[in-house]
Design a protein around this ligand. Structure first.
Ligand code: NAD
Ligand code: MG
Length: 392
């Protein structure tokens, strides 16, 4: 996957203005001999996109919000950087000949279409956008296999599993444990969660992330989405995936093999490491990321996840077991519920109510195709939005 002339990896970053996107740019900046940036994209943050493009000089950029196209184009015209706008362009630029790896660092269902387009064109995927695998994991992984495309996990837990599997490809996994920090409300009960505010939910103890995933972490939906993501990334049966709460976020996840041996990957919580491992695989690039000091962490602790309080995690397991389009329903209802919570339209616990009721109401499809997923996502958004109106 390297350029014949320069031997460098040519990267497209979808969602370059977000938390993962900006950290990925730091990784690229620190490794100019390894990576070349081809594409940057953003949804609406035009100013930051322009700033990034002027600094990194990609081949082209895409702004999702079409009303900002002219602003971006005017700013980049003199640099000869091509500018496009809209979701169709996103799905087209990922197919550009020069690209080796597409980093999917955009948030939500919007990641599905460009990811499929990139795989279709034979591009390897560094996957941060877990929603893509939650919505349509079977279609995405089947297509990747057919096209000989690798999907490198960026999510820290999945990167940990991937790192534990290096050199173990012929040894079957018995089970995996995805670690969860438990978020800002770990140890609290439902009565306490009823009144929590958006500001409290947006304060994650260990990670600094975009708003949607931060709320998902507080509600433990993030771990639920990650369970489904893991199933598809590593070809696991549902019963092979377990969750363990580990508040320090030092052990990023664990693989248990058939001889009973367990391998864990650990380090300080810093997304730059899994981003760099995904883009640089199989090489470990030298970094100056802060190193772990045992004396700062005299205890690493573990506890059972509380799925009665954090119902979203139970709902995600339910969707996993039902299969079909149920994870797609779970995801769409969650996106609508998180958005409503962030706009102060519903309370924290009501997010689970919306998701659960959406899962009951939207038509179940056992073997969905791509069009079924598109229809399910659209239907669920309508159903969940109507349910939210009842809470206002
Ligand atoms: P973020 O909100 O900080 O950034 C999202 C990026 O996607 C922005 O560049 C935004 O412009 C773009 N975007 C948003 N909606 C879009 C749309 N409809 N079309 C095109 N582009 C759009 O999010 P983030 O925290 O960087 O997370 C990105 C993805 O990575 C999510 O799927 C998240 O679950 C996953 N992830 C994030 C972290 C983390 O530490 N932030 C860790 C693991 C996984
Ligand atoms: Mg994660």
């Amino acid at each position: 996957m390297s350029d014949k002339n320069t031997d460098k990896r040519h990267i497209a970053i979808l969602g370059s203005t977000g938390s993962i996107g900006t950290q990925a740019l730091e990784v690229l900046e620190a490794n100019p001999d390894v990576f070349v940036l081809e594409v940057l994209t953003a949804n609406s943050s035009a100013d930051l996109l322009i700033e990034q493009a002027l600094k990194f000089k990609p081949n082209c950029v895409v702004i999702g919000d079409e009303s900002q196209f002219k602003k971006v184009q005017d700013a980049l015209f003199d640099e000869g950087i091509k500018v496009y706008a809209g979701a169709d362009s996103l799905a087209q630029v990922v197919q550009m000949e020069d690209i080796d790896i597409v980093l999917t660092a955009l948030v939500g269902y919007a990641g599905l279409r460009p990811t499929l387009a990139a795989i279709e064109a034979g591009k390897h995927i560094a996957l941060a956008n877990k929603e893509t695998l939650v919505v349509a994991g079977e279609i995405v992984t089947d297509l990747a296999q057919k096209k000989g495309v690798n999907i490198y996990p960026v999510d820290s837990e999945h990167s940990a599993i991937f790192q534990c599997l290096v050199g173990e490809f012929h040894n079957p996994i018995e089970k995996i444990y995805l670690t969860a920090s438990g978020g800002p409300f770990r140890g609290q009960k439902r009565e306490q969660l009823a009144a929590v505010t958006k500001a409290q939910a947006l304060k994650h103890p260990n990670w600094d992330m975009g708003a949607k995933i931060t709320i998902d972490s507080a509600s433990m939906m993030n771990k639920g989405l990650e369970v489904i993501e893991a199933k598809w990334l590593f070809g696991l049966k549902n019963e092979q995936i377990d969750v363990i709460v580990h508040p320090q976020s030092i052990i990023h996840s664990i693989v248990q093999f058939e001889d009973g041996s367990m391998k864990a990957q650990m380090g300080l919580p810093d997304m730059k490491l899994p981003i760099q491992f995904a883009l640089g695989y199989p090489n470990r690039l030298k970094s100056d990321f802060p190193r772990f000091n045992f004396l700062n962490y005299p205890q690493l602790t573990f506890e059972q996840a509380d799925t009665e309080t954090f119902r979203n995690l139970a709902l995600a397991f339910e969707a996993l077991h039902q299969g079909g389009n149920q994870p797609c329903i779970l995801n769409a209802a969650n996106e609508i519920a998180v958005d409503a919570f962030l706009k102060d339209r519903i309370g924290f616990l009501e997010m689970s109510d919306i998701i659960e009721q959406s899962m009951q109401r939207v038509s179940f499809i056992k073997k969905p195709n791509y069009d079924d997923y598109v229809a399910t996502d659209a239907e669920t958004r309508i159903v969940a939005s109507q349910l939210i109106m009842n809470y206002e």
